[in-house]
Design a protein around this ligand. Structure first.
Ligand code: TGC
Ligand code: FAD
Length: 389
């Protein structure tokens, strides 16, 4: 089973990695093989997240891996991307946990928090002792977060928050929630600690996707916060959208991992399954599907490596990240659906990881900006015309 985690490296891209980057990749791959794969189907079936894996994930430096200081590993963006890829080769829910912790919650505090907030939260979050979540989406505002209705009203020196956030990964697990709300002035970010009166998290059940991940609704009823709970450097929608750029970057890498597992599984299966006169892999139609999957995985790897170089040089634009998220997730979803078909009836059972990845990728295609939202972001970039409204 663990062999499905092996590399797909048609162009010897491994040669372009440093020893440190390879080490980060290999240690997470080993963790996924030894500790994630043996338990993930049980968690997917039971709609639970494997919380007991969090300390080991922290030990491997996964939380805030590409942030510097405050107990974070300070890796470069290639290493960070490779970690996301290996995690998602195991399960998108695991990668989601790490993305939300690192790229959304920790990054929001890192980029927009006061020194006091950074010192209070980031070291504990890097150790996995404090879990974060990121509340942007609302029941009536998903693709259009600028329309949010959650309100933060001034009350003396502090604030009173009211509203509902929905579809929040890690919501009920989180010790601290980054919540975005509309003030009389601009959209602002707030840090709400678990147990704050008026703040509750309720889990959403019945998902057919991302079952090994906790998704919640956050309810805010007259939540009173001091001004010190506000992220002082976040002003307007640019704040949360900057966090999305970080998370989309990790997703672009992660999706390759899910695609790789599905491809490896389909390759192994069709090389051993005989129908009619020979193994399935001997038929031209089957080879065509395998070649397409391998080609698209390889192209996605190249996009991510170049994107990582640009990001490390401080030259990656949000639109570069949208390109990679849009392309790589759609590629992975198509690869998973193709692999599911190639396994025939075996493609629908949990003896193989393919159907789980396929179902998860439906979410990955939707969250962090749907495929079509990324298309409109790129369309606006190349034409100068805004087609959102
Ligand atoms: P727009 O006028 O385009 O932008 C407002 C301000 O923000 C700036 N900006 C960005 N900055 C950094 N990164 C980005 N990606 C940015 N996009 C825009 C922009 O320059 C502007 O700045 P300023 O200073 O001029 O004010 O805003 P808009 O209202 O037209 O919206 C644009 C749109 C539709 C692209 C945006 O709303 C969007 O991306 N919508 C999709 C929503 C989304 O992706 N939600 C994700 C929620 S979190 C989640 O799903 C977590 S899943 C868990 C996991 O990751 O595992
Ligand atoms: P909608 O915005 O209603 O879109 C529905 C459809 O309409 C889509 O196909 C979309 O592409 C299309 N559409 C929308 N606008 C346009 C347009 N202008 N032109 C053409 N087509 C358009 N959010 C968080 O804040 N934090 C989280 O941690 C988080 N985790 C999530 C975990 C899971 C499992 C899921 C499923 C979602 C999560 N989300 C989270 C929410 C996610 O970001 C939203 O679901 C996503 O942004 C899409 O919003 P929506 O579901 O409201 O769909």
């Amino acid at each position: 089973m663990a062999d499905v985690l092996r590399d797909v490296d048609f162009f010897n891209l491994d040669e372009l990695l440093t020893p440190e980057e390879r080490m980060a990749r290999d240690s997470v791959r080993q963790f996924v093989a030894r500790e994630v794969l043996p338990v993930v189907e049980r968690h997917f079936a039971g709609e639970t997240f494997p919380l007991d894996l969090v300390p080991r994930m922290a030990e491997l430096g996964m939380f805030g891996a590409n942030l510097k200081g405050y107990g974070c590993a300070g890796m470069n963006n290639v290493a960070y991307g490779l970690i996301m890829q290996e995690l998602e080769a195991g399960d998108s829910g695991l990668r989601s946990f790490a993305s939300v912790q690192s790229a959304l919650s920790m990054y929001a505090i890192y980029a927009f928090g006061s020194e006091e907030q950074k010192n209070r939260y980031l070291p504990e979050m890097a150790k996995g002792k404090l879990i974060g979540c990121f509340g942007l989406t609302e029941p009536d505002h998903g693709s259009d977060p600028g329309g949010m209705e959650t309100r933060a009203r001034r009350d003396g020196n502090g604030w009173v928050l009211n509203g509902t956030k929905r579809w929040i990964t890690n919501g009920s697990l989180a010790g601290v929630a980054v919540v975005w709300a509309r003030t009389d002035d601009k959209i602002a970010g707030f840090l709400i600690e678990k147990g704050t009166p008026g703040f509750t998290a309720r889990d959403i059940h019945g998902k057919f996707s991302m079952r090994a991940s906790v998704t919640s609704e956050l309810i805010l009823e007259d939540v009173r916060l001091p001004d010190s709970a506000r992220l002082p450097e976040a002003r307007g929608l640019r704040g949360p959208l900057s966090c999305l750029t970080q998370a989309r970057y990790g997703i672009a890498w992660g999706a390759i991992g899910a695609a790789r597992t599905c491809y490896n599984c389909a390759l192994d299966y069709t090389k051993s399954r005989r129908q009619f006169s020979r193994v399935l892999a001997g038929y031209q139609l089957v080879q065509s599907k395998l070649v397409k999957m391998m080609t698209e995985i390889t192209k996605a790897q190249m996009v991510c490596l170049r994107l990582a170089q640009l990001k490390d040089a401080g030259r990656a634009r949000p639109e570069h990240v949208s390109f990679a998220k849009r392309n790589n997730v759609a590629m992975a979803l198509e690869a998973a659906r193709t692999a599911r078909d190639m396994l025939g009836a075996n493609g629908i059972v949990n003896e193989y990881p393919v159907i789980r990845h396929m179902l998860n990728l439906e979410t990955v295609n939707t969250y962090e900006g749907t495929f079509d939202v990324q298309t409109l972001i790129l369309g606006r970039d190349i034409t100068g015309e805004n087609a959102f409204e």
